[in-house]
Structures are given as structure tokens and as C-alpha cells.
Design a protein around this ligand. Sequence first.
Ligand SMILES: Nc1ncnc2c1ncn2[C@@H]1O[C@H](COP(=O)(O)OP(=O)(O)OP(=O)(O)O)[C@@H](O)[C@H]1O
Length: 842
Amino acid sequence: MRNGKAECYLSIQTQENFPANLNELVNCIVISSLVTTQRKLKAMSLLGSRNQLARAVLNPNPMDFCTKDLLTTTSERIIAYLRDFNEDQKKAIETAYAMVKHSPSVAKICLIHGPPGTGKSKTIVGLLYCLLTENQRKGHSDENSNAKIKQNRVLVCAPSNAAVDELMKKIILEFKEKCKDKKNPLGNCGDINLVRLGPEKSINNEVLKFSLDSQVNHRMKKDLPSHVQAMHKRKEFLDYQLDELSRQRALCRGGREIQRQELDENISKVSKERQELASKIKEVQGRPQKTQSIIILESHVICCTLSTSGGLLLESAFRGQGGVPFSCVIVDEAGQSCEIETLAPLIHRCNKLILVGDPKQLPPTVISMKAQEYGYDQSMMARFCRLLEENVEHNMISRLPILQLTVQYRMHPDTCLFPSNYIYNRNLKTNRQTETIRCSSDWPFRPYLVFDVGDGSERRDNDSYINVQEIKLVMEIIKLIKDKRKDVSFRNIGIITHYKAQKTMIQKDLDKEFDRKGPAEVDTVDAFQGRQKDCVIVTCVRANSGQGSIGFLASLQRLNVTITRAKYSLFILGHLRTLMQLLPRSFCVHVNHSPFFSPEPKYLHWALKENQHWNQLIQDAQKRGAIIKTCDKNYRHDAMKILKLKPVLQRSLTHPPTIAPEVSRPQGGLPSSKLDSGFAKTSFAASLYHTPSDSRETTLTVTSKDPERPPVHDQLRDPRLLKRMGIEVKGGIFLWDPQPSSPQHPGATPPAGEPSFPVVHQDLGHVQQPAAVVAALSSHKPPVQGEPPAVTGERPGLSVKVSRRSVVPRPLTPGGTLGGTRGDRSRRTAVPRKESFYRKAQ
Ligand SMILES: Nc1ncnc2c1ncn2[C@@H]1O[C@H](COP(=O)(O)OP(=O)(O)OP(=O)(O)O)[C@@H](O)[C@H]1O
């Protein structure tokens, strides 16, 4: 700082065409900070030399991961504490605890995999409690001894600030509540010391008082001599004066010139004094680094983002202390952090890593396509899980060394059904009490409906899309909900869309209709990850019946997050023909005739794969009678179908899900369900697809020309999309990876002989494959029912045989209680999860 101006020295490196003796002003714009990148680089370069986990990270084998069988000797105290946890959570906590406590010198990784709402945060908090409350208030506690030798320090990280803060709120609640003597706590957070690292501006207000800066300020002020305290007081007074003067200056814009000048002079005088005082305070107080280090060393739990954990602050605090500063590193939302980010906390030499997340939810956000090509958007947790699954498939190990959380506390069982079956291998069950509450008759809306907005059409808006018809229906639904439940607001209702333009337009309409009272929160699915609402309305936007491209919607991870946010009701609005389109004829024609797509029918497979997840969701909804076909003139009328007809129990309670499977259970067993079911069966599928009625095997030969076919180049240019669909682009050649990106569960296939079902189905095995794909396929595991069977050796061509065999149904799992795995919340916003207004009524 010189003469009140900030000065910095800049060194610029250029690539040619830039005169060395430039004598002109140069305008520099800061595009981004390199700090994070530098930390990642450092983490990579230090991995080998600093951490015993390096080998396990680079070349993992199943022995590196701890299993449920790890011998756990749990104290009475912990057993009593764990009574509030379900069996999976208990097992996860006990195993991770044993890993940390009983073999401190052995490098190990613990993977805790929890689908949406299965209590991963609760599990982390429980683990911290068990690890940190041991020996407290006993003679040999480390609380009163030298902070430097603290054995029980834990580093807790997450990829984003918002995720760190969400978790911190839960940690604070638990430790404060469980504090042994609330009037005389041992630490700043119940009986422990907690600190949050990171810039204050990125920390949520609710946890701000735990930030390092705020603790440093507090401590420095407290220990200051009286004259420095007086300086602080004076500075606070000057701050107040400045605010007041600025307010007056803003108000007297139209006033007299002389008055304005006076105010300006006063403002500059006060600012100058404040600045000088601030510099003086810094001089007399000394630098805060020492206090920072003391606070860090005294903390039991250090919370920060992964990036901050790799910064100099922690390193310098622990420098010269000897030993390993943490008993373990816990990474929450581990499915949403890039591999290299996850390496950052390992620079502190800790050899116990606990990754908690769900790789089946959204992966890390990586914008660069080049980076994606190199797998930069893959999380470490996803890579470990995949490798371990492969080990099980190849019989190298009998069980996955992954601790699975399988009981969810969020969704209505009807909403949980599809994600459980299709995404989580039927392993996601609904907690019995949650089921009872969600099914209660007090909630007036049905749990799960899919609206087929048949007359909707997408419209491009710069780089985004809008679907006006879907917005109209959204508005009708919101009006109805507000009409029936005056107490709901943006806290309870979420509108999820994948497109920014749609989001903006919905927001405008809501503001207009509800006088800016915000009846619902509108955002993209990425912003909703890690969050929940009582009611969620999804508007899919894409409606392009000719083309069938659904862009970002195609990702199974994105679909998963979209459909798992709702507690009581989920309403999906979409143009079902577009969403479920697997094999548009015209697309194949284009494939046939475009030089761009000339190399064989690989693109055909791509088309088949792109919409497969939505296709399955819609087929499942169709089978359950949850589809409502609508069009403009009926929006208001059809919106009424979200209402339960009678205030009766929504469905029989079926937990645990071990009862005989229902083959075609009408949703909820309500009269309205029957009505819609019938409606859907008679009008929906028939209108969407032509169903060959009398052949057991149908051959679709793709030969005809369609001059009206719009080009589909854009669909195939986005490597992110291709990659997520299992297609690799190498040297301009597209290679299809036959391994589906996620389990494709047969639970959602239609009943045998269901006449209204689209015949073009997931029977990829009858699609004739190009040689490369055949080779790739043959190196894979034998097909299981519901997965693409092995291909025939027939000549590749554009002929698709669709067999009736492919639509033979699997029985549905028992109504209502189903299951899955979990992921992460990297883009989680810091908005606190509010308890449902509804719960109060219980
Ligand atoms: N054992 C349990 N008993 C009762 N409620 C539980 C239990 N475990 C979790 N919950 C409740 O389930 C809800 C979700 O828990 P939590 O936030 O820990 O889950 P999560 O897996 O982190 O969720 P997300 O999918 O948002 O990441 C919370 O309201 C929590 O109180």
C-alpha cells in the first residue's frame, strides 16, 4: 500500500508479437487464480514422498480397503451412542473407527457409499463423535496436555465450501447437544475444539464464528493491552461514522453542491484516519500467524475444502511438530471431487483415508472437454469403486470392501422405487418411519407422477433451451399446490430444470404470478445436488420429436440427482416421445448418408444408449400407471391429478421389502391411480410408438431417406455426453464402450405381452455390432438378464432385430421399499435444509 493505493508487481510472459520495450499502458484482467492449480500440482508431486497411501492410490488392490469383517472392539459407551444409528451406519462407523484406532500404522482406505438421504453426514458425525470423545474428562485426556501432541485430530474436507458448511452444521449440533456439562464445555464446540479454514467471505454465516479468522480476532482482542483495545474501539467508531456519512452522501444527490463537498471531505478525512489506525493496530498487535497456528494445533476437528487442506496454512502450523498431525482424513462428497483434489489432504502424511460419497450422483464439474477426455472428471472414489466391482466380477474377491448405506430417510417409497431398482440394484430401502410419515394422508398430493406434455416443443435461446408449454403446466401445478397448502413456500417446493433459459423464464413467471413472493425455488439440477424439498417439479424441456437428442439429460447421474430430491411428491414434466426415443428412423437414415457419420453403425448404438435411462424411467412409470398425458387445453384440469382423491393412507406400508413382488402395482392404490393408469395405458404408449402386434420378432430395416431430418452433428460433438454414454472418441473415431455406465436393472422392464409397450426396447444384443464393438464386448463378463447380451457374429449393418424376448418382464420388487448407493454434493448450496412444514403436523 502506498499513498492509499494498492501496488503490485506483475511479471508477464508473452508468446511473440509483444515488444519488449513497450511504453504504453497495458490493461490486465485477472481471469482466474492459479492457487488451486498450484496446490493440486504440489499434492501430486508430494504424494510419493509423503504418504504411505501413495501405492494404494496409484495401484489399489482390495487389501488396501477396509471391510466389514475388520475386527471391532467397541466400548459400552460407543455401543450406547450408536443406538440412534441404523445397522449399516453402525457398521460403517465401527469399521472406520477400528481402522483408525486399532492399526494406526497401517495405510488403509475406507469407502462409505451412501445413496441420497441415507445419512452419510450422520455417519460422519457419528464417527467423529466416537473418535473424539474417547477418554474425555479422564486423567489421561489429551485435552489438557500440550496441544501439539494431540492424537485425535481429524481433518474433515469436502470439495466445496457449501458442502463443508453443511457438514459442519451437523457436527456442531451433535457435539453441542452431547456436551457432558453444557455450562462448562471443554471446547468451543461442546467438548471439542472445532475450526473452519478458508476465506470468511466463502463461509456460511451460521458457522462463521468457527472460522480461523474470527477465532484469531477474538483471541487477539482478548489478550490485548488496554491501549490497543482502545484503538480497536476507535476503529469501530470510525467504521460506523463512515457508514453514516456514506448514507448521507447517497441521500443528498440532488442537494446543494456545497453540502456534497462537505460530506466528501468528511468521508475522505475519516477514511484516512481509519486506514492509519488499521496499520498501527497491525504493527502493535504483531502478526496473527502465531495465533493461527495455536488455534489449529488445539483443534480436534479441522474443516476446510480439499483445496485449502493443501495450502500453506496447515503445513506451516504443523511444521516442526513431528509425527502425523491427524488420526484420519475424512472426505465428504468424495464422488464429486477430482482425483487430484482428493490428494491434497494427503500431503500431511496421514495414512488413513475415509471417502464418503456416491459416485452414482453428479461427478465433479469439469468444463474442459480435453480434460474430460483424460478422465479428469473422474473422482478417486468412483475409480476405486469401479476397480473393486471389477474384482468381484472376476471373482478375485467375494465381497466388495465398500461399506454401503442402504436405508434412506428422504423419499416417499414410490419415488424411491425407480432409483432403487434401476440405479442401486434394488438396494435402497425406505426407513419404516419415513415411509409412514410420507404415506400419511395429511399430505394432499400424490407422490409420483410423470406428465407427458405432448404438445410441448423446445426452443433455442442462445446456448440454452426453453419449453413454454412445460412452463405453463408448472405454473398450473404451483398454483394448485399454493391453493391447497397456503403454508408452502420456496422452502418446500423446488423446480428443477436442466436449462438456464428455462430457469430464468420460470422465475419471471413466478415473480409475475405471485408478486415476487417466491412460492418455489427454481434451479438447475447441479445446484440441487445434496438438497431436498417436500415437493419437486422437474421440467425436462427437451422436445424435438424428430431428432431425439436430450443433451445433458442423458446422464444417468444427473437423472439420479433429479429424481431423488423430493420428500413427499415428485412431478416430472416432459415430452415423453423425445425422452424415451431409442431408435428414431430418420436418425438412422442420417447415419447412413452423412459422410460425417459414415464409419459403420456405431452411432446407431450411441443413439440407442443416449435415452436409455429416461426410456426405462418412463416405461416404469407407465407400468405403475403414473403417466398423465396432457396438452395445452387440459393443463389446468390435468394438474388437478396431482391431488389424492381421498385422504386415506397412500399405500400399504411394505417395509421391509421382503414380501412377494407385485407385478403391476397401481401407484398408491388410490382411485385416482386407477383412473390415470387406465388413461395412460389406453392412450399414451399407443400414441407414442407403433407396436407391431402380431410378430414375435420384428426387423426394422433402416433404409429410407428423410429429407426433413435435421442434422444431428451437435449431438455427437460433445465428448462429455459421449463419454458419459460410454462412447470414446479416438482420432475422430467413436468407440462404444459396451459396459453400461451404471447398472441397468431389469426391474423396470414391462410386463410380458403388455400391448401398449413400445416394442423398440433395450434389446441391444440384437443390434448388429461392428467388429470393434464385438471384440470389446467379448472381453466383457457374460451378459446378465437385462443387460445387452453378447452379440452375434453377423455382418454389421443397419438392421435392428427387436425380439419379444427383450420385453419379458421381471417382477417388480415389493411395492414401496427399495434401495441404492450414494454420492456427493459438491455444488451443494449453503442453504440449510429446512425441516418439512409437514412434519410439524405429525
Ligand atoms: N439413523 C437415522 N435415524 C433417523 N434419521 C436419520 C438416520 N440417518 C439419517 N437420518 C436422517 O436422514 C436425513 C438425511 O441424513 P443425512 O443428511 O445425513 O443424509 P445424506 O446421505 O448426507 O444426504 P444427502 O443425500 O443429502 O447427501 C436427515 O434428516 C437425517 O436426520
